[in-house]
Design a protein around this ligand. Structure first.
Ligand code: CMC
Length: 428
């Protein structure tokens, strides 16, 4: 009979240890008993970037990177992208089941009626420099929200928690739209609560003086699908940050500001911005081979390629490629698409990329779509942060409900100086 244990022999001492295995995982604390002598601290595992460390049990998102599978609460992303909408998928992500009609209506109504921000928040945003990066404005404003809702610190009260969840999901499109209008020097447009989530966002971005302004339905649906694809992606850098900050029992606004800050980096949510800059720099299909040589010589990265988890293909990239065609029918074809297609064609055939399992990720095409829709590149991480708000908050709720969780506090391998006596300035 097979045993659900792992036997470890320490060749330094000849001692053998048997540790339990559950879900193909050992508990890292079980390593601590492995010691050379009694005074020894005990064995740790070294894992920079947490490449092989599970920090939580979760029931939200499943990814099989080898097979290119992404599911929220068991539902394949392809089915959700085809049959659901952002608000419904947000409910699913948050609560674990698809909503009944009554649950959907209440959820949608609550979010729709929490879209306005305090006038002082608007003034706070107006105070940013004229050329402030919209993502920096977004991060700072989300943090500032905590000053308006001090009850948010009551993280042990499920009702108070849900109130902040609704507020954050409702308000992030407004903050995002205000940050966009700010960079354009345009007056902020208040939410229109007659409109659905994504329509309202497009309305706040685009509306000028027209009295008969109508949101383009194809673009609204395309953005809604893009939002669905970005809701959650299990323990990525931003989500892990949400959990790390949340583990100290910070309020959700402060935790989410940290998560959004993590998302801002070019190796994470800033990647589609980096893709667009890369494509613009390449400038022409004829320059692609030379650029690829530079990548292979390790002078630079091919942005929008590679993923920590997906080592086959990113299922979100496939869906996005189809959306691109629908969007380009409305907006006209983005000329950068040809450069992207050529980069993809070469990369998928080239040994350097094949051997390293490097495939287009979600960011490779999303930027091209966003640009065709008229978004400046600086808005791309903000467009990622709006839907990811749902994932962050679902993960935060899960964290707080999990009584086995502790404040995040990694260990280190100390390789610095041993103790030494202070040397006076004159003697150095
Ligand atoms: N271009 C060229 N080489 C690459 C790339 C790339 N985009 N990505 C990875 N490699 C190489 C890397 O140099 C390494 O080669 P070697 O083994 O010879 O040293 C090998 O492939 C493995 O890469 P890694 O850096 O160990 O992989 P990782 O899991 O640590 O990094 C990644 C994942 C996404 C940070 C990385 O692929 C990358 O920097 N990609 C470009 C940025 C990007 O598109 N990021 C968006 C990620 S998807 C959105 C999100 O979820 O946030």
């Amino acid at each position: 009979m097979t045993k659900e244990t792992l036997t470890i022999t320490d060749n330094r001492t000849g001692q053998t240890y048997e540790v339990p295995v559950a879900h193909d995982t050992i508990n890292a604390m079980d390593l601590r008993q492995i010691k050379v002598n009694e005074g020894d601290f005990g064995m740790m595992s070294y894992d920079p970037g947490f490449k092989n460390t599970a920090s939580t049990k979760s029931t939200i998102t499943f990814i099989d990177g080898g097979k290119g599978i992404l599911r929220y609460r068991g539902y394949p992303i392809e089915q959700l992208a085809e049959k659901s909408n952002f608000i419904e998928t947000a409910y699913l992500t948050m609560f674990g089941e698809l909503p009944t009609q009554a649950q959907y209506d209440e959820w949608e109504h609550d979010i729709r009626h929490h879209t306005f921000v305090h006038e002082n928040i608007k003034q706070l945003m107006e105070a940013f420099r004229y050329d402030a990066h919209p993502m920096s404005m977004f991060i700072s404003t989300v943090a500032a929200l905590s000053t308006y809702y001090p009850e948010a610190r009551n993280i042990d009260d499920p009702q108070a928690r849900m109130k902040q969840v609704i507020r954050l999901i409702g308000k992030v499109p407004t903050i995002a739209a205000f940050s966009y209008r700010h960079t354009r020097g345009l007056p902020y447009v208040y939410p229109n609560n007659d409109l659905g989530y994504t329509e309202n966002f497009l309305y706040m971005l685009d509306k000028m003086g027209q009295t008969d302004y109508e949101v383009n339905a194809v673009l609204a649906r395309a953005l809604d699908v893009l939002f669905m694809l970005h809701i959650d992606h299990e323990q990525n850098c931003g989500t892990a940050t949400m959990r790390v900050i949340g583990s100290s029992h910070s309020d959700p606004y402060s935790s989410m500001a940290g998560a959004a800050a993590a998302l801002f980096g070019p190796l994470h949510g800033g990647a589609n911005e980096a893709v667009l800059r890369m494509l613009t720099e390449i400038g022409d299909v004829k320059n692609v081979p030379e650029f690829m040589e530079g990548v292979k010589n390790r002078e630079r990265l091919l942005m929008g390629f590679g993923h920590r988890v997906y080592k086959n293909f990113d299922p979100r990239a496939k869906i996005i490629k189809n959306i691109a065609d629908e969007v380009f029918e409305v907006t006209g074809r983005n000329p950068l698409l040809d450069i992207a297609l050529e980069l993809e064609r070469i990369a998928l055939e080239d040994d350097f990329f094949v051997q390293r399992n490097l495939y287009p990720n979600v960011d490779f095409y999303s930027g091209i779509i966003y640009q065709a829709m008229g978004f400046p590149v600086a808005m791309f991480p903000v467009l990622f942060a709006i839907p990811r708000t749902v994932g962050w908050l679902a993960q935060w709720q899960e964290l707080l409900a999990d009584k086995t969780q502790k404040i995040a506090r990694p260990r280190q391998i100390f390789l610095g100086e041993d103790t030494r006596d202070f040397v006076a300035m004159a003697d150095r």
